[in-house]
Design a protein around this ligand. Structure first.
Ligand code: FMN
Length: 178
């Protein structure tokens, strides 16, 4: 059955290592017959949540920026792929800002299948767990969410260094099998 797949690419550098893995996941997803869209978060205007709680009871954020459209797509998707480079063993600012802004409507992001893609200079998978836990903290707040897979793009520091590593094939295969 064809699924609606939304990829949230969080790297600030287009064509960066995690963005390359997102593209591989996207290609795999399309080859598997799914409807796939990638959002490069940095291209969007997404302000920081300022905890004004205008959204409480209304589901409407005080900001009129691109997050409304991103939220619509997250709510409509069957599968959400969240991708970030590892920054100080946490998520980067683009991804965290997006997560915080879901506060207006996160209760409507239900029954999703979630995949995580991370990239890091470090080669240690155990060291990646703190970053994965950041994603899990968010996903644990979503009703009916199921974590389905993780691509660890480790050992890549410079732009494009992920090419030729096994993470590239893993991302493709994971996308193909959503
Ligand atoms: C601000 C900053 C913090 C970083 N922190 C870490 C880190 O804690 N551990 C690590 O292994 N790599 C760290 N890196 C390296 C990136 O994770 C690595 O270059 C990654 O491949 C970037 O992914 P991208 O090309 O998708 O942006 C950091 C890079 C930057 C710019």
């Amino acid at each position: 059955m064809s699924k609606k797949v939304l990829i949230l690419s969080g790297s600030p550098r287009k064509g960066g290592n995690s963005d390359i893995l997102c593209d591989q996941f996207m290609q795999g997803g399309k080859d598997g017959g799914n409807e796939v869209e990638k959002i490069f978060i940095r291209d969007k205007k997404i302000n920081y949540c300022i905890a004004c709680y205008a959204c409480r009871g209304t589901g409407k954020c005080a900001y009129k920026d691109d997050m409304a459209e991103v939220l619509e797509k997250m709510i409509a998707a069957d599968v959400i792929v969240m991708s970030s480079p590892v920054y100080f063993y946490s998520l980067d600012a683009q991804m965290k800002t997006l997560i915080d802004r879901t506060v207006a409507r996160y209760t409507e992001i239900t029954d999703k299948e979630l995949y995580f893609i991370i990239t890091a200079a470090d080669t240690s998978i155990p060291m990646m767990q703190r970053t994965i836990e950041c994603f899990r903290g968010f996903v644990d707040c979503l009703n009916g969410a199921q974590e389905k897979g993780i691509v660890y793009g480790v050992g890549a520091w410079n732009l494009g260094e992920i090419e030729g590593t096994k993470a590239v094939q893993e991302a493709y295969e994971m996308g193909k099998n959503v």
